[in-house]
Design a protein around this ligand. Sequence first.
Ligand code: GLC
Length: 651
Amino acid sequence: MKRPVLKLSLSLLLLAGCAPTALIPASAHVTPAAVAASPALDPAMERRIAAIVAGMTLEQKVGQMTQPDVRYITPDEVRQYYIGTVLNGGGAWPEMDKRSTVADWAAWADAYAEAALATDMTVKIPLLWGTDAVHGHNNVSGATLFPHNIGLGAAHDPDLIERIGRATARQVRATGVTWAFAPTLAVGENRRWGRTYESWSSDPAQVRAYGEAMVRGLQGGLTGDADVLATAKHYLGDGGTFNGVDQGQTRATREELLGRHGAGYLGALDADVQTVMISYSSWYDTAAGRDHGKMHGNRDLIAGVLKDQLGFDGLVVSDWNGIEQVAGCAKDRCAQAVNAGIDVFMVPEDWRAFIANTVADVREGRIPEARIDDAVTRILRVKMRSGLFDRPADASPLTGRAEALNAAALAREAVRKSVVLLKNDNAALPLRAGRKVLVVGASADSLSNQTGGWSLTWQGTENVNADFATGQTLLAALRQALGADNVVYSADGSGVEVSDFDAVVAVLGETPYAEYNGDVRFPTPVQHSLQHPADLAALQAVSGKGAPVVTVLYSGRPAYANDLINLSDAFVAAFLPGTEAAGLADVLVGGAHDFTGRLSFAWPGSACSTGDGPGNLVQFPRGYGLSYAAPAPVGRLPAPATPAACEGPDT
Ligand code: GLC
């Protein structure tokens, strides 16, 4: 079901902002007639949908539009309230056991799927289960976890992205789930943002290419046993908020908002993405001087641009309690968001009240029933397109199969390609097998720091290595590559004589976070050694003590680290590589694999420089990356004293 070329060429014109005459003038509310017809709808499918909708009560329709979290609804309540979809938010597992098996997950999904088909409706409607599989099926113990998007951006390899999508879809189908809340299409701007690592790049063109590839990988042919629905998120402008405040205000002209932050959606639409999730952020139009408020209430951009103008005919889903942020709304009621064009409401806990309030809003004329019918039509269309009406999710032969969680070889390749060599003075790298190596740094043996947020738990915290039940820390990988007897580990660099070793590997890292918990709020300087002083201490304990120091940094953002780089002979930006650190050892040891990673964000030259654009002090530009084949000396970098607080508005 490929979109006609005309549609996307029009889309490109409309969104790329290439026509300064503002093809979408600030006041535009585009009428459907202004755009090419939606992509080919299947007339037989549409007739089937219309007949089902015509036979549904208002309560059944609103139930279809409601998405509780599985922790707050039982399978029988799904039946009773005609619920159309559920999700497992980060940190929800079968029986709330983090180490549940894939068979446990599949049985859990089955219980809800069967309940949805046990309603008293004439035509039973299958359930859609959504999950955040954002770097592999990161909810499930035993699943291979891929590098987070910021590292994958450094690979500059859309084919790899598509293959990761395919592998992730297999992992998700093994658990009986058929909807992944991925990819994030944010064009990251300010590294203060706690979700920077969920963005592939600050380059809209790369986000567009990657968005298309990931949707293709996840969705495949839509109806296959290894296919899942993808989600283009978070529409629109999530990565562009002022000072990188998560869920904050994106200050941009309409052309910037659509052309820059909309780029990924063109790629996703090209790949026929079937669902779009709305952003918590708000939009302030800097050309018109107008605050448009929260995206969850923006009818012009949701119904007007996304649906009418770009012809998106899948379903739009709100974010977790996102509707409560719309002026005048609450967690359990928001006629404005329904009328804006949102079709599915992620109302994790207050779903009963939401159903009752929304039915009342329709009955009392605040929501046209035609809008409800359009939402349910879209939901049924997506379910039919994904084959759910013809073949239950658990019919896939992947269901319950633990081996489907394994994608270690692909993830190892992704790690090799996603790490960036920032410095390699005095040819400190590669390490040689058989040489004596001292490893320091708490992150060397921490799968948590290696995988970051959205890993087993929402925040990626409260995990021990054994919880992952797969993967390898960098310490373990180095022991394997160098010979265990040749590697000594001291987390803080104490108790050892550095000059006894041929080299030191210092593995430094952020501790995991997700969403706003990862924000570094203005005016706090963003400098790794300030936020993680123990890392600086460990590096100082070994630097200049008679052995070359190779530093590897795990970070969810381009991290100002000139002070750390100056204490190192070699420095590798490893971002958040996931469970397979063997991919790091592959490029650190022996030289069999060279570094190919190139930064997809500019790397800052000061603690108060937070973006790529003008006014920022950049140490290494987007596209930078050294290799063994193309070495270059870096020398001592400027590391002036960092101010107690940054001044002036961050760019
Ligand atoms: C979160 C995130 C979103 C995620 C959703 C469900 O708040 O913003 O990316 O898909 O909730 O977990």
